[in-house]
Design a binder for this molecule. Structure first.
Ligand code: 3HC
Length: 325
């Protein structure tokens, strides 16, 4: 039932209030937690910020996989810092979502029972060290492309969280590109690994921006409310235009035979990802969906004693305070 509540953007709010609310959005004002807001706005934000928070947390898993196998102490320290940053991003975003009246525990339960999603990209495995380069370069690169405009989103706590997140994502993207440079300029075997990582992560990275505009369910309303600033296809195009020259600089080949510069549009023509695969991954059938949710479930179960202990401590303090009054 809650999933339906979250999904629904229909709103039965007072028309005058809705009009005044829309005028504030159109004037570029920020909406703050205690301000009046339409139910659909609140639910859309919970869905999007919650999904984003879950993505940051689940996104630690494919990279965490390589911390113990990083090739040097320096690479290990950098990767460790990056994975810790992602945990921090998840926490800022859960806090932003909590200002909308949903608790982090509720959102976690909704992730675990399938009512909430996380980004499709994290259902792909990281098979070699070059994948750490490709993830930083492409996945964090796609994330930044999507998230920089979100610094101007209409909901204050979300916009503010995005400012710090974007600074850190920028460092993540550079460290990924640095790994790719080393691999692409390394031995023939390292170069093959770099190309293979690009081949496997290219289309899943394009999918991160969501379905094409004609199939995007939420974009139109979310853009009216300035929850989203750009359409999925606009951002995907910007990502391709930015990334293709970087691949050329690395001497690597983007795995798209149709790729060509379109002089008239001033952008690349490129092949769309396989949307059947995208929807299949969303349904839980990607290569790693089961493992990712199992890992989150285990973390949730293993942490139960900490949550119970904290709650018991809080209850004890409350009782002691009441007795003292
Ligand atoms: N993965 C999983 N689900 C996706 C998706 C993706 N890549 N793209 C779209 N979807 C889902 C939507 O959630 C929606 O499903 P729902 O109705 O059940 O919730 C459905 O597909 C239709 O898509 P829409 O385009 O209508 O959905 P949105 O308007 O929400 O747009 C979005 C999708 C562009 C991803 C938008 O939600 C967004 O900008 N979110 C914030 C950014 C975010 O979540 N980023 C996660 C990236 S990973 C990351 O940041 C970690 C970093 O460390 C790399």
């Amino acid at each position: 039932m809650y999933a339906q509540m979250i999904k629904s953007e229909a709103t039965a709010d007072d028309p005058d209030k809705l009009k005044a609310f829309q005028a504030r959005i159109d004037a570029g004002e920020k909406i703050e937690p205690k301000d009046w807001m339409p139910e659909g706005y609140r639910k859309t934000l919970i869905r999007q910020i919650g999904q984003h928070a879950h993505s940051e947390i689940v996104g630690q898993l494919p990279e965490g996989n390589w911390i113990t196998r990083a090739p040097t102490l320096e690479r290990k320290a950098i990767l460790l810092a990056k994975v810790q940053d992602e945990a921090g991003h998840g926490l800022y975003l859960y806090c932003a979502a909590e200002t909308l009246g949903v608790s982090r525990d509720e959102m976690t339960r909704m992730l675990l029972d399938g009512r909430m999603k996380y980004s499709s990209i994290f259902n792909y495995p990281t098979l070699t060290w070059a994948d750490m380069g490709a993830v930083g370069w492409l996945v964090d690169g796609a994330a930044i492309m999507n998230q920089v405009p979100l610094q101007r989103t209409s909901y204050g706590p979300y916009a503010r969280a995005m400012i710090r997140i974007c600074k850190e994502e920028s460092f993540h993207q550079r460290q990924g590109f640095d790994i790719m440079m080393k691999m692409a300029n390394g031995t023939p075997a390292q170069r093959r690994m770099a190309q293979d990582a690009l081949n496997r992560f290219w289309y899943p990275s394009l999918m991160m921006f969501g379905p094409s505009d004609k199939d995007s369910v939420h974009s139109a309303q979310s853009m009216r409310w300035r929850i989203k600033i750009n359409t999925n296809d606009e951002l995907r195009q910007k990502f391709v235009d930015q990334t293709v020259p970087q691949a050329e600089y690395l001497g690597l080949t983007v795995p798209d035979e149709t790729l060509s510069w379109n002089e008239e549009r001033g952008g690349y023509d490129f092949a769309e990802p396989d949307w059947t695969e995208f929807y299949d991954v969303l349904k839980g059938n990607g290569p790693c969906n089961t493992d990712r949710i199992a890992a989150r479930q285990k973390a949730w179960d293993d942490g139960a004693w900490v949550r119970d202990g904290l709650m018991a401590h809080a209850a004890k303090r409350k009782a002691a305070k009441a007795a003292a009054q």
